[in-house]
Design a protein around this ligand. Structure first.
Ligand SMILES: N[C@@H](CCC(=O)N[C@@H](CS)C(=O)NCC(=O)O)C(=O)O
Length: 161
């Protein structure tokens, strides 16, 4: 809503004063004042992240612990979404090889959004599938498909075959 309480006035030739709507993001200060004030603010990057993604720092921390636990406990992990065709291709490839793998569908669990954010921080990858073999980050479906020739050996070494 436009805030007309704090007003800037200008005086055009007819002598009337006009209210200039205050942009709540700008405030009634000059640019140099704003820059000065921004420099005085504490580091609020975690707040910005919270409001951008809706995931609180506490939920993010819990999600990281959960994701790392899944990676530690399983030879092959696919962080997936149930409707994702790339995830399906990954599961088909691993099933055809006869591998055991653990899948979590991030669109079907309550903390899925937090886990996706956590994985992005942990691996630099936001997309699904997000694949781990032998507790190491492999990447997405295209990365897995690119390693097809040595996949069997990787799966054996991981204990998934
Ligand atoms: N090149 C990627 C493509 C993966 C991709 O685009 N996945 C989609 C879902 S089908 C995704 O993660 N979209 C963003 C999201 O769901 O947040 C791969 O091979 O894994």
């Amino acid at each position: 809503m436009t805030d007309l309480r704090a007003v800037n006035t200008n005086t055009p030739s007819n002598g009337r004063h006009y209210l200039k709507p205050i942009n709540p993001l700008e405030g009634p200060f000059s640019t140099s004042t704003q820059i000065f004030q921004l420099q005085q603010l504490p580091n609020i990057s975690f707040l910005r992240r919270f409001f951008a993604s809706g995931v609180s720092p506490a939920a993010m921390s819990a999600a990281k612990t959960k994701a790392q636990g899944i990676i530690d406990d399983n030879a092959v992990v696919i962080f997936s979404k149930s409707y994702c065709p790339y995830c399906k291709a990954t599961k088909t490839l691993l099933s055809d090889k006869g591998a055991k793998f653990y899948t979590i569908e991030l669109d079907q669990v309550g903390d899925g959004a937090a886990i996706q954010d956590a994985l992005e921080e942990m691996t630099g990858q936001r997309s699904v599938p997000n694949i781990f073999i032998a507790h190491k980050h492999i990447g997405g479906n295209s990365d897995l498909q690119a390693q097809k020739s040595k996949l069997e050996e990787m799966l054996k070494d991981a204990g998934a075959l």
